[in-house]
Design a protein around this ligand. Structure first.
Ligand SMILES: [Zn+2]
Length: 152
């Protein structure tokens, strides 16, 4: 959406997720809607993990970014329904995760692929990795530990 010559969506791509700095909030699928009401911009976001303190950081980053771009009247609306799922992470986002060394989320009981050597021969070491949103895995082929972005 272009408002006063500014491509809002493109600008929001420069805001990254505080917990996964390689992903922008657009890659994460957090931004649901960008709307304009008169001189007001309304950005609707859906929190990823409800207990994620990162959401406050994300909301302020969006606000600051838009103020910087000349939009002083910004409303950030949080919508909880439908709930965010890891399915909302874009294909580009999944690719970026893997390049960063985090296994992207997969459904159900599918094997987790090692982001380093692409082997499916992996095992879970701990349910919690570097943050609560991730689990710690180890590759049985290249022996590298890696974070897996938990599906939910
Ligand atoms: Zn490996």
């Amino acid at each position: 959406m272009v408002v006063q010559g500014v491509d809002i969506e493109k600008e929001l791509r420069s805001i990254t997720d505080p917990e996964i700095p390689v992903l922008s909030i657009m890659d994460m699928g957090i931004v649901r809607k960008i709307e304009q009401f008169g001189d007001q911009l309304e950005i609707t976001i859906t929190p990823t993990y409800t207990a994620c303190p990162a959401m406050d950081v994300i909301a302020s980053s969006i606000r600051l970014k838009l103020i910087e771009l000349g939009f002083p009247k910004v409303t950030i609306k949080q919508v909880l329904v439908p709930a965010w799922t890891t399915d909302w992470i874009t294909a580009e986002g999944r690719k970026k995760l893997q390049e960063y060394g985090i296994a992207p989320p997969v459904k159900s009981e599918a094997p987790i692929q090692c982001p380093q050597c692409k082997s499916y021969h992996t095992e879970q070491i701990s349910l919690f990795g570097s943050t609560a949103c991730k689990a710690l895995y180890k590759c049985l082929d290249c022996h590298e530990p890696f974070d897996y972005f938990k599906c939910h």
